[in-house]
Design a protein around this ligand. Structure first.
Ligand code: SME
Length: 161
């Protein structure tokens, strides 16, 4: 596996994801260790886009616990239904937050975070972890991010089964 990521800096977000997805697939295809794969996915996303924070929170003993990530230090534990991550877990769906100040209960790990997307990762219909991406810009995320980050989470799910 090549350790060089090809990044299309001046392409559209859609083109960038399209270029990135097969590279992530290749990156994790030969590795069965979950933490190693989550770490590389976080790094690939952080490296490709100008996101503030990219990482995973894993469900452990009925809490979300900080997993592999790239970016500033973050809170380590999030309760069920709390913050954007805990809400995504509870509602078992992707949540796109245009302006974190307008999301009741948003957990501000960094005051630089202005918008956020959280995508759940399932195993046998149960949320196993969430992918959390933060931006320092308001309204950074839309349906394109939801679509492609979900595809990336599907790759993770395929490794869980
Ligand atoms: N903002 C998240 C907490 C995690 S940090 O953004 C890394 C939330 O409200 O769940």
């Amino acid at each position: 596996m090549s350790e060089e990521l090809t990044i299309l800096k001046s392409a559209t977000r859609e083109e960038q994801y399209k270029n990135l997805l097969p590279q992530i697939e290749a990156l994790i295809s030969g590795e069965k260790d979950l933490i190693a794969n989550l770490a590389n996915i976080s790094a690939a996303l952080k490296q490709s886009f100008d996101f503030l924070w990219v990482g995973f929170y894993l469900v452990k003993e009925n809490e979300l616990v900080l997993g592999p990530f790239q970016g500033p230090i973050a809170c380590t534990r999030i309760s069920f239904g709390k913050g954007v991550c805990g809400t995504s877990w509870k509602e078992m769906k992707t949540i796109v937050v245009e302006d974190v100040d307008k999301f009741p209960g948003h957990i501000a790990c960094s005051s630089d975070s202005k918008s956020e997307i959280v995508v759940p990762v399932f195993k046998n219909g149960v949320v196993e972890m969430v992918l959390d991406v933060d931006s320092s810009h308001v309204a950074c995320f839309n349906h394109t991010d939801e679509l492609w980050l979900t595809k990336i989470c599907r790759l993770v799910e395929a490794k869980l089964s």
